[in-house]
Design a binder for this molecule. Structure first.
Ligand code: C2E
Ligand code: MG
Ligand code: MG
Length: 578
């Protein structure tokens, strides 16, 4: 029973704390009260005094100051009513009222009409106090309504997302341990779709009422705070537990309440949910991470789709969460057709333009770049890379075809194609279709295939590569040196270009053997009749060394970063006008 009261108070207090404004200090009230009494005494003393003061040669009776002090007293009363709401108003009314007997005695008993202005002033003060009070009450009610709306979810009446964050923030400041539980209802969208939004809302309200009742009953043995984040997402904050197992026990009770049959308009609903939770301070002491971690655990429950729907956060979920997040973003970008490309120039050693490599680009909803090194591996893993490749291929070929037609420039467009994509049955048809629609000459097109992936699937890929070669398209082996190509394999491989990986170029001038290594790759490439291009050239000394050891081309920030279409076109224009 004690815990029950504590739980109710806890919910109430937390909401009041969050919605309440700052209260004026008690000591200021006491100061006003003492000043009021002090100045009132001065008023009565000066009013009855027959003393005379000499001010700059003029004699003034002390009673003349009574009016000034009396005005001060009324101002103090008004201050009380303004700043101390109900208490201030009552005190001010009582204190002002207490002055009436002495004023009335003066008028009626001693026939002293000098007190008459004092009576009028007091009546006016009381009217002013009443106006202030009525106004205060109206403003307060309005503020209360606004504050309530700010921290309360409209549909369910539960504390909202803002209240939840504020509570977590204050718990962190107090260094109190607690758990954040992220809850998402399963398949709630289908209820909305099939039964209508109104019924969906009724289901949400019923769930909220059950959970609120449970939180306030104290039955869980912990101090719980249920909030709605929006849609079908709720967050539960649990504190006041002894052991971690108490948390799981509490969540189980919420789960049971959720899973009980809900009947709305003679229709029965059986709702299930996914619960993921993380702890402070065990998992993190960062407020944003806490919510992310609890969400990650909740999403893992959804992904596992098992009957066990309560899961504690563990670090591995984050990686998975990020992968799922990127997968969602790739799917969205493909739907919106918002994947685009940049073109990085490639040059020969005398700074003559060889062509461009098309590189996929993607942004998230906030306009931040997501790196290809992050989204390409995810696209590979979830089977979307062919769609990404194709998107970049189609767009860049269209642009390049027009550019070549316009300028007549003899330059190459290199595109990255994942080996998985290359081995798909319809890949050749795709290539033919893009070449035809874009008008890009096959001899000016190059397909880059990453070495490490290629050698794993060489047999199957080779057939397709031979077909591509027959069409006149060039083949480049990308990131050369990172895989384990054997010489015999290289000897038989129908490539045109070797792309030496950036990691070798980075180390090339750090010691003699690294330089010899790159020189050896270039020599082998030449023996195999391949051209050799070095990737990631950034420094002047790297460029000098590459010239010295006979590299054919370079691609790197030193001569050109990945560019927009307009920038690439400008480069081609200035090249053909040379
Ligand atoms: P990659 O094909 O080896 O492309 C070269 C990468 O090195 C690009 O990174 C480029 O911006 C970067 N780079 C070039 N020069 C320099 C330099 O001097 N310094 C530094 N620090 N970096 C340089 P990006 O654009 O991030 O692409 C990363 C990888 O993503 C690519 O490596 C490629 O494997 C893959 N990728 C990009 N676009 C596509 C695509 O459309 N399809 C497929 N399947 N993979 C793609
Ligand atoms: Mg590449
Ligand atoms: Mg590369």
């Amino acid at each position: 029973m004690k815990h029950e009261n504590k739980a109710t108070n806890n919910l109430q207090n937390t909401l009041e704390d969050l919605s309440g404004g700052k209260k004026a200090s008690k000591s200021l009230f006491v100061l006003l009260l003492i000043s009021y009494i002090g100045v009132s005494l001065i008023v009565s003393m000066s009013a009855g005094s027959h003393k005379v003061m000499n001010v700059a040669g003029t004699e003034i009776g002390m009673y003349a100051f009574a009016g000034v002090f009396s005005a001060l007293v009324n101002i103090l009363a008004i201050f009380m009513a303004v700043y101390f709401k109900k208490v201030g108003f009552i005190s001010a009314i009582v204190l002002t009222g207490l002055q009436f007997p002495s004023l009335l005695v003066g008028i009626f008993k001693h026939d002293n009409l000098q007190s008459l202005p004092g009576v009028f002033t007091n009546v006016l003060t009381i009217i002013a106090l009443l106006i202030i009070y009525i106004n205060n009450v109206r403003i307060e009610r309005f503020q209360e309504k606004i504050r309530d709306q700010a921290v309360t979810d409209r549909l369910t009446g539960l504390p909202n997302r803002f209240a939840c964050r504020e509570l977590v923030d204050s718990l962190l400041k107090q260094n109190e341990r607690f758990a954040v539980v992220s809850i998402d209802l399963n398949n709630f969208k289908s209820i909305n779709d099939t039964m209508g939004h109104e019924n969906g809302n009724k289901v949400l309200v019923t769930i909220a009422e059950r959970w609120k009742a449970l939180a306030e009953s104290g039955e869980t043995g912990t101090l719980d705070f249920v909030t709605r984040q929006g849609d079908d997402e709720f967050t539960l904050i649990i504190r006041g537990y002894y052991y971690e197992k108490d948390i799981a026990a509490t969540i189980k009770l919420y789960r049971e309440r959720l899973e009980k049959k809900i009947t709305i308009d003679d229709c029965d609903f059986y709702i299930r949910g996914s619960f993921g939770y993380a702890f402070y301070p065990n998992d993190t002491d960062n407020i944003d991470h806490l919510f992310t971690y609890a969400d990650a655990a909740m999403h893992e429950v959804k992904r596992l789709n098992s009957s066990e729907c309560i899961l504690r956060f563990f670090k591995e979920q984050l990686k998975l969460e990020r992968t799922l997040d990127i997968e969602r973003k790739i799917r969205k970008a493909l739907d919106d057709d918002s994947i685009f490309f940049e073109l990085q120039p490639q040059y020969d050693m005398s700074y003559q333009l060889r062509g461009f490599e098309a590189l996929a680009r993607m942004k998230d909803a906030d306009g931040n770049d997501i790196k290809p090194s992050e989204f390409i591996p995810v696209a590979e893993k979830v089977g979307l890379v062919d769609k990404v490749d194709l998107c970049v291929f189609r767009q860049s070929a269209k642009f390049f075809g027009e550019l070549v037609r316009k300028t007549g420039a003899n330059i190459t467009l290199s595109i990255n194609i994942s080996v998985r994509h290359l081995m798909k049955n319809d890949f050749l048809d795709e290539v033919i279709s893009i070449i035809t629609s874009s008008g890009i000459p096959a001899g000016q097109l190059e397909i880059e295939i990453t070495e490490s992936v290629l050698i794993d699937s060489a047999e199957k890929a080779l057939q397709c590569i031979n077909e591509i070669k027959k069409m006149g398209i060039k083949i480049a082996i990308d990131d050369f040196g990172t895989g384990y190509s054997s010489l015999s394999y290289l000897y038989n491989f129908p490539a045109d270009l070797l792309k030496v990986d950036k990691s070798f170029i980075d180390n090339m001038n750090t010691n003699r053997s690294s330089k010899q290594y790159v020189a050896a790759i270039i020599s082998i490439g030449h023996i195999m009749k391949y051209d050799v291009i070095s990737e990631g050239v950034e420094k002047e000394d790297q460029l000098e060394t590459l010239k010295e050891i006979g590299c054919d081309y370079i691609q790197g920030f030193i001569w050109g970063r990945p560019l927009s279409m307009v920038e690439a076109e400008n480069i081609v224009m200035s090249e053909v006008c040379k």
